[in-house]
Structure formats: structure tokens, C-alpha cells
Design a protein around this ligand. Structure first.
Ligand SMILES: *[C@@H]1O[C@H](CO)[C@@H](O)[C@H](O)[C@H]1NC(C)=O
Ligand SMILES: *[C@@H]1O[C@H](CO)[C@@H](O)[C@H](O)[C@H]1NC(C)=O
Ligand SMILES: *[C@@H]1O[C@H](CO)[C@@H](O)[C@H](O)[C@H]1NC(C)=O
Ligand SMILES: *[C@@H]1O[C@H](CO)[C@@H](O)[C@H](O)[C@H]1NC(C)=O
Ligand SMILES: *[C@@H]1O[C@H](CO)[C@@H](O)[C@H](O)[C@H]1NC(C)=O
Ligand SMILES: *[C@@H]1O[C@H](CO)[C@@H](O)[C@H](O)[C@H]1NC(C)=O
Ligand SMILES: *[C@@H]1O[C@H](CO)[C@@H](O)[C@H](O)[C@H]1NC(C)=O
Length: 428
């Protein structure tokens, strides 16, 4: 057994420990104090500023609602097992917060026309039991039965006085976020469910969402995911299988993680983040959008469907853009290429940019080439099936968006099987 333990490779799925995972994440609300929702919307509850003075516009405020639903909802983008949630109140009217409700769900309620109202329809993290205070944090513990969820809801109690105000909402995940794996192995005899999964990350998230799952086998060929109720420590039936990788959660105590925090923060912050692109290549009705460059699958075979590929563009912009949600000071970026050396000249001297300008909704024919700060340009010819590292110039500010762009005048066919970005140690 010692042999297995020594050869495991650790992977940090997410940092999780002592980190508020709601900060600047996408949010929505049942209603806003200003009817157009451009002044007192739920983004103010995740803006990192808990100032309790409503006049400083750092607090969310709802308005009269016929359905009396009265909630805000934050999309954490990745499902987390939340340990506790902190609700920061304003400097007056504390009675309105009596018995406020914190919910956790995987149902997307962003589309306001569907599934309304939400009251009573989502799993509960908890309800605040004590008399609420002004200008204070109020902690709600979620309990042990929570499943990993992508959305957090804060809702006013049904009998509370009208006027729901949230100056800041924070959610802190449990620390059990580190997974280790063994390539070419699978655990037999403890599988509770086998399901399809796009990538191993998808498989791991499915495990986090299932009660009783503590390890997975991911079959790379058939893209199937075995959810196991137990680990290699329980079982002797741990066998070689070239198609499979075995993944298991490691339980570390939070002190250990805290001491290693700056090391652990060296994770790829592009994974599963929102992505867009200048154009999409469509191959036999199978599109290759930018999201495939951040799906955790670096398989260099584009026919297996895990690579971004740009389409034909008269303006020859050829880029993919990833929104990290939070600005990071990026240390270096890695671009993983497709296989076959015949294609490598297309990626030669590719460009990595870092910006805080949101280029997600460009006007027709608007260009960005040459208009963003550079992390760097890859200085060498590229290679097939290879991770190409670009070190960012060290004087760049924290940036929210990463761009990978084909060199100007390169041959048509920009392709990225995976793009990764690593922040500087201890400088999140
Ligand atoms: C929400 O409020 C913020 C800050 O007041 C504003 O910048 C943003 O545009 C608003 N969002 C929407 C969708 O109106
Ligand atoms: C956890 O259990 C409590 C009490 O049984 C329940 O009210 C709550 O909805 C559960 N939460 C989840 C997320 O399942
Ligand atoms: C596996 O081992 C753990 C700890 O030793 C134990 O808690 C768990 O019940 C075991 N699971 C099975 C299915 O035997
Ligand atoms: C590997 O595991 C798969 C199921 O994931 C199974 O179909 C296949 O037969 C196994 N291969 C070997 C060589 O045991
Ligand atoms: C940090 O992580 C390493 C490897 O996971 C571990 O061996 C070590 O005990 C951890 N803690 C400290 C204080 O280094
Ligand atoms: C965009 O640019 C293309 C090529 O330069 C041109 O044919 C087209 O008319 C332009 N479209 C608009 C809406 O300006
Ligand atoms: C980037 O930095 C690493 C670590 O300092 C170094 O080993 C590598 O050669 C650098 N790469 C380039 C392309 O400069």
C-alpha cells in the first residue's frame, strides 16, 4: 500500500480554505430598490465592501414584491461544499433580518421568468436563530448534510418587515478540496453509480455532489465515471487498467492547508471559468468553442472534442478570452497544443495578454489586436502535444481576463487544447 501512497500525484481542485468564494461572482435578485436594478442590485452584496451605511451604495436593497420572494442569488461557478455563510447587516432596521434564510442549490434561477417563486423550493444551509444586530456579521453554519452546490441564496424570512438589505454576503467552503490520483488504475467493487462525464473534473464534481462518494474511476476512452463509496484504503481490489485513472480526496487538516496556503494557491485559475472567442470552427456540426480550452482536458487529439479551434475570420483576430472573475497577478501561462507537427507553425509566436477590459460583448468588427497589455509572446517554435510556458512580465497589475491570440499573419488554424494560468505565490 505504501507504494501507492508514494506515487500519488496531488491535484488541487480548488483552494477553498478560509476564502470567501462569493466575492465578485455573478449575482441576481428577486427585485431592486431602483426598478432598473442598476444601482442597488445584488452585485453590491458581493463587492467585497461590507460598509453598513446604505448611502455609500455598497449594500443590496430590494423593493416591494407581490410574491414576497425577497432573495439574492450568487453563482459560485463551481460547486462547493459550503461550511458556513456570513451575512453583513446595515446600520439600521435590524428586525428586518430576523430569521433570514440561507439556501444552497444547483438549480439555475438566473432566468427570472422560470420557476418563480423560489420560497421553500431549495435546500437550506440554515436559518439565523438569534436576534439580528445592526452593522454586524451574522454567521450561519450549513451542517454536515450539504451537498456541493453551485448557487447560494440569501432570502428574507416570509414574515419579516419589507426591505431586505444585504451589505455583504460571504460563503466559506469546507477544506476537503484536494484530490490525488493514480494513472492507469481503477478501484473495483465499491462503485455505487456509473455515469457519463465530459472530463475528470466533471467526474470529481459529480462525486462531490453525491452523498457517500469518496473516490472515482474516470475512464478516459469511454468518458465514464464510476462513483465509489470508499477508497484504496478500504479495498484490495485496486487493479491496473490503461483506460482508467483513479482519483481520491485527501483529508488534510485546515492548519496544514493554512501553512501551505501560498503553495496551494499555485493552481490553474482558468479551469472551468467563462470563456469566449473571436470565432468558432465547426467540424461536421461539432463546434470547438473557447470553453474547450478551459475544460481540464488537455488531450491533444482535436477529434476527441476537447480543443478550442478558431474559425475563418476576415479580420484575422483569432483569440480566446477567459474571465477569471477575480483579478489575479499572473505569473505564467501554459498553452497546450494539438498533436501532429504539421500544425505547429499555426501556433508559433502566439501572444498571451492580460486585461481588465471586458471584451465579452464586442461590437461587430471591433478588434482587440495590439490593444491589450502583454503577459508575453512565446519566443520559440511550438511543438505538438506540448505545454508551452510563457512567463509574464513581472510589472503587470492584477487582471481579470487572460487572452491567447494567434500571431499576426500566422497560417489559419489557431488551436488550443488547454490554456492554464498560474498566479504569483502568495499574491492573490
Ligand atoms: C448592478 O449595480 C452595479 C453597481 O451599482 C452596476 O455597476 C451594474 O451595472 C449593475 N448591474 C446591472 C445588471 O444593472
Ligand atoms: C440538511 O438537513 C436539514 C435538517 O434535516 C434540512 O432542513 C436541510 O434542508 C438539509 N440541507 C441540505 C442542503 O440538504
Ligand atoms: C472505508 O474506510 C473508512 C475509514 O477506514 C470507513 O469509515 C468506511 O466506512 C469504509 N467504507 C467501506 C465501504 O468499507
Ligand atoms: C477497464 O475498465 C473498463 C471499464 O471502465 C472495462 O470495460 C475494461 O474491460 C477494463 N479493461 C481491462 C483491461 O481490464
Ligand atoms: C505542506 O504540504 C506538504 C505536501 O503536501 C506536506 O508534506 C507538509 O507537511 C505540509 N505542511 C508544511 C508545514 O509544510
Ligand atoms: C465587417 O468587416 C467585413 C470585412 O472587413 C465587411 O465585409 C463587413 O461589411 C463589416 N461589417 C460591418 C457590420 O461593419
Ligand atoms: C520561465 O520561468 C521558468 C522558471 O523561472 C524558467 O525555468 C523558464 O525557462 C522560463 N521560460 C521562458 C520561456 O522564459
Amino acid at each position: 500500500m505504501l507504494f501507492f501512497v508514494l506515487t500519488f500525484i496531488n491535484l488541487v481542485v480548488s483552494v477553498g480554505f478560509a476564502r470567501n468564494v462569493l466575492l465578485r461572482k455573478p449575482s441576481t435578485q428577486s427585485s431592486c430598490y431602483d426598478t432598473t436594478c442598476n444601482k442597488y442590485n445584488a452585485s453590491l452584496a458581493v463587492d467585497g465592501d461590507s460598509n453598513p451605511n446604505f448611502d455609500y451604495t455598497h449594500c443590496f436593497h430590494n423593493t416591494f414584491e407581490i410574491l414576497e420572494d425577497r432573495w439574492i442569488l450568487v453563482d459560485m461557478l463551481i460547486a462547493y461544499k459550503i461550511d458556513y455563510v456570513v451575512f453583513w447587516s446595515r446600520d439600521s432596521d435590524s428586525e428586518r433580518n430576523e430569521k433570514f434564510i440561507i439556501g444552497l442549490t444547483n438549480v439555475n434561477y438566473f432566468d427570472p421568468t422560470s420557476d418563480r417563486p423560489l420560497r421553500g423550493k431549495f435546500p437550506i444551509c440554515g436559518q439565523y436563530p438569534d436576534p439580528p444586530q445592526v452593522s454586524s456579521p451574522h454567521r450561519v453554519n450549513c451542517g454536515n448534510n450539504v451537498t456541493a452546490s453551485r448557487y447560494v441564496i440569501a432570502q428574507q424570512y416570509s414574515l419579516a418587515l419589507v426591505g431586505f438589505v444585504v451589505c455583504e454576503l460571504e460563503a466559506f467552503p469546507r477544506e476537503e478540496k484536494i484530490w490525488r490520483h493514480r494513472e492507469g488504475m481503477k478501484l473495483s467493487g465499491l462503485t455505487i453509480r456509473t455515469t457519463k462525464a465530459r472530463t475528470v473534473y466533471h467526474c470529481v464534481i459529480l462525486c462531490l455532489q453525491s452523498t457517500g462518494c469518496s473516490s472515482v474511476n474516470f475512464n478516459r476512452d469511454s468518458k465514464t465515471c464510476d462513483l465509489n463509496t470508499g477508497t484504496v484504503e478500504n479495498v484490495t481490489n485496486f487493479v491496473g487498467n490503461q483506460s482508467c485513472d483513479y482519483w481520491q480526496r485527501i483529508k488534510l487538516d485546515s492548519k496544514l492547508i493554512e501553512q501551505n496556503y501560498s503553495v496551494i494557491s499555485q493552481k490553474n485559475v482558468l479551469l472551468l471559468k467563462p470563456a469566449t472567442q473571436s470565432s468558432i470552427y465547426l467540424e461536421n456540426n461539432a463546434p470547438h468553442p473557447g470553453s474547450l480550452a478551459v475544460d481540464g482536458d488537455k488531450n491533444p487529439d482535436i477529434d476527441l472534442g476537447g480543443c478550442f479551434h478558431a474559425g475563418v475570420e476576415p479580420l484575422k483576430e483569432f483569440w480566446v478570452l477567459v474571465d477569471m472573475i477575480i483579478p489575479y497577478r499572473i505569473d505564467y501561462v501554459i498553452l497546450w497544443s494539438r498533436k501532429y507537427s504539421v500544425y505547429t507553425p499555426r501556433n508559433d509566436n502566439f501572444i498571451i495578454g492580460l486585461t481588465n477590459v471586458n471584451y465579452f460583448n464586442l461590437l461587430t468588427n471591433q478588434t482587440i489586436r495590439g490593444k491589450f497589455p502583454l503577459c508575453g509572446v512565446y519566443p520559440y517554435p511550438t511543438q505538438p502535444s506540448f505545454g508551452h510556458r510563457v512567463n509574464c512580465s513581472s510589472n503587470l497589475p492584477a487582471s481579470r481576463y487572460v487572452i491567447a491570440q494567434q500571431a499576426e499573419n500566422a497560417e489559419y488554424g489557431f488551436c488550443i487544447c488547454e490554456l492554464e494560468a498560474y498566479p504569483m505565490k502568495g499574491k492573490l
